[in-house]
Design a protein around this ligand. Structure first.
Ligand code: COA
Length: 384
């Protein structure tokens, strides 16, 4: 595998923000370029991961718009869309552009502005990433699709309310230690029990929120990184896989085959095993999704992710810290930005600059970003 490194990483604060879509994308990109010590004139290509700026803020064709605001000089610009995995898809395209030798230095941005539309409209825009004819038209939304997965996991493995709550409590706790996070509020099992039911068994605190935000990274070759002299983080492996868009067509609702395949490809490329991973940023769009992710990634056997979370094995000081950033649940989920933000957090952790949420001995980080209910999955492995 080519010697690929991330030399710059930055993100905006996540939440309900005043900044526009373009402002957020530019803010993250300028900060990532500054972190890398790379001037805009040295960027060879730009990839922008974003899910639906056309419906959220009436702006299609956003990649050249953002590039021109950044002063990138007529470089190729490409927007990637893979639902909530749009950002990690952009990251993989950037990696392949450098690996192919076509580009020396690539800027990757993920951005989404989700709070401009009323919640009913936002929910429908998101549901359009499910199968419109067989799921969304029948009334399914992402909370309800993940609720079905939760029910099945509970039925098959005995996963409980307390197991799911442990994920939400942990991720809110970690987010309190992340200045970029949307929520800085510890929650308790009592808060969860008293919260509004969104899609039974998922309450408000089982759901990631609606969020504005952007994240950006600068990728180059190991050789160029030496010249730049910054604190580079190596890309050890990556994998992407797909599956049926609709949940009902899958053989198993308690595991994402795309995640298992993507993870298998990333581990094989890196020559690593799940036991080599020091921490993981996983796609906890709903609490059940984190439980399933920790099983699909090989951290725990199938069906044992819930008890492991409840026992503290995924806590900041646990055996395998999961979502030290606060995850989608606590940090927020601006869908197109999330995959890039997971890489940004991994860079901070591996550099040892994650502050109060720093994982001890963070040598190898894994990111797991899911589109839809599991139709797209991207996994990356990063390390020193
Ligand atoms: N977790 C914790 N708190 C949340 C929250 C969440 N997911 N969503 C909203 N809140 C808080 C708000 O901060 C607000 O608190 P405040 O009163 O102290 O200010 C309160 O709950 C009400 O917020 P509001 O924006 O009115 O909530 P809502 O009812 O409009 O939205 C959900 C709640 C769960 C419907 C919305 O967050 C949602 O749709 N989440 C899922 C997003 C999604 O599907 N993403 C794609 C995944 S594949």
């Amino acid at each position: 595998m080519a010697d690929l490194v991330v030399v710059g990483a930055a993100e905006t604060k996540f939440g309900k923000l005043d900044g526009s879509f373009r402002d957020l994308a530019v803010e993250a990109a300028v900060a990532a370029l500054a972190d890398a010590g790379v001037p805009a004139s040295q960027v060879d290509a730009m990839y922008l991961g974003t899910f639906s700026p056309g419906t959220f803020v009436h702006q299609e064709h956003p990649a050249p718009l953002v590039a021109s605001m950044l002063g990138l000089s007529h470089v190729p610009t490409t927007r990637t869309e893979n639902a909530c995995a749009s950002g990690s898809t952009a990251f993989l395209q950037g990696l392949m552009a450098v690996a192919s030798g076509m580009c020396d230095t690539v800027l990757v941005i993920g951005a989404e502005k989700m709070t401009s539309t009323p919640i009913e409209e936002t929910t429908q825009i998101l549901a359009e990433a499910a199968d419109w004819e067989s799921e969304a038209l029948a009334g399914a939304t992402f909370p309800s699709l993940f609720a079905l997965m939760a029910r099945r996991h509970m039925h098959q493995f005995g996963t409980t309310r307390d197991h799911l709550s442990a994920v939400a409590i942990k991720n809110h706790h970690n987010a309190c230690r992340n200045p970029y996070a949307q929520f800085h509020r510890e929650i308790t099992a009592g808060d969860i029990a008293a919260a509004a039911m969104i899609a039974d068994p998922l309450t408000l605190y089982d759901c990631s929120p609606v969020t504005d935000g952007a994240a950006a990274v600068v990728i180059t070759s190991g050789e160029r990184a030496v010249d730049l002299g910054g604190d580079a983080v190596r890309v050890l492996g990556f994998g992407q896989a797909s599956d049926s868009l609709s949940l009902f067509r899958r053989e198993d609702m308690t595991s994402l085959t795309a995640a298992r395949k993507a993870a298998g490809r990333a581990y094989a490329m890196a020559g690593l095993n799940p036991s080599d991973v020091s921490f993981a940023e996983v796609h906890d769009c709903f609490t059940i999704a984190e439980v399933i992710a920790t099983e699909d990634l090989g951290f725990f056997p199938h069906g044992e992710g819930g008890p492991a979370a409840f026992a503290g094995e995924t806590a900041l000081d646990g055996r395998i810290p999961v979502n030290p950033s606060g995850g989608l649940k606590g940090k927020g989920h601006p869908v197109g930005a999330t995959g890039v933000s997971q890489v940004v957090e991994s860079v901070f952790q591996i550099r040892g600059t994650a502050g109060e949420r720093q994982v001890a001995n963070a040598r190898v980080g894994l990111t797991h970003n899911v589109g839809g209910s599991g139709a797209t999955c991207v996994v990356t492995l990063l390390g020193k």
